[in-house]
Design a protein around this ligand. Sequence first.
Ligand code: NAP
Ligand code: 8YV
Length: 325
Amino acid sequence: MSAPTSEITILVPGGLHPHAVERVGERFRLVRIDRADPALIDAALAAEVRGAAVSSPVNAAFVDALPKLEIVASFGVGYDHVDAAHCAKRGVVVTNTPDVLTEEVADTALGLLINTVRELPKAEAWLRDGKWAGEGNYPLTAATLRGRSVGIFGMGRIGQAIARRIEAFGLPVSYHNRRKVEGVPYTYHASLKEMAAAVDTLISVAPGGTSTEKAVNSDILAALGPDGVFINVGRGSTVDEPALVKALSDGTIHAAGLDVFADEPRVPDALLALPNVCLLPHVGSATIHTRQAMADRVADNLVSWFTEGTAISPVPETAEIARRR
Ligand code: NAP
Ligand code: 8YV
């Protein structure tokens, strides 16, 4: 018979949502360290850790410092902070938290799009600053959603939830992925540049990682054009930020709305200084409701792995390992 889960050691390096910490602590022997650093692993810990629950970077050296490691349960659907390819080589399953945040992030994307196009945060500041009474109406916005055509970079779970909302706004949707998605009614573009040239509103919800690194560059922004609006709720690493600053400054595109940045939580001064960019501090999934569901998924993946031998949501790189067990 397998050992009770209370004898299984789960390591939590760095910060993690308190509900995930609580749930892991209820079922397992929980050990916390400041960060995922091999220097913080002594021989006794190395000999006993079988799982990790993480919300911050996990590299190959850290995985190699834990020879008994079976599973890394990561908080968030994006897992570009975990070296999943190395975990796969080592036979370690990586799990993420898809689906439970999809609709929340899509809501945020639409809020950011409307705020960017219709300048609602600036209009509210106008009222709060007493300008409505003092100077008159807030100026009519140069941009509108009416007549726009939207291209989605990353037609996955969240991309499709965004597309459904855009459809309800009465706007045509197209998308770019590496592969065409069967069964969706939207126009597919095999190249991001071709799509950017065909639309005036580009919403990126693509994952981070080498295949998307700086994919949104000066060429893509030039193709989007002077009425162009760029929204990013995917990852900051997918954007060449200096090129975006230049495009916003010289009129190559009209405006941008960003929830994610290349070097969070640092936001470049050049972006902060621009009037035509709407900035959010990575709040796509940031409600008590959704973060709790994500925390539950972290714990549920660990419980399922150590009681049933299956993970609920293994990432594609390690799905085969999860099946083989
Ligand atoms: P998903 O279902 O895996 O969708 C990702 C989509 O991106 C897939 O359709 C994939 O299609 C496409 N893609 C991946 N690599 C690509 C590439 N190199 N070129 C073109 N398309 C590519 O993931 P999801 O659940 O929708 O989440 C998407 C991302 O949103 C996450 O990875 C995360 O970075 C971000 N996110 C942000 C927040 C926030 O708070 N702002 C919250 C949650 C998620 P192909 O494989 O066919 O290319
Ligand atoms: C979280 C996210 O804010 O799920 C993701 O990929 O970007 C967000 O939901 C983030 O993962 C928390 O660390």
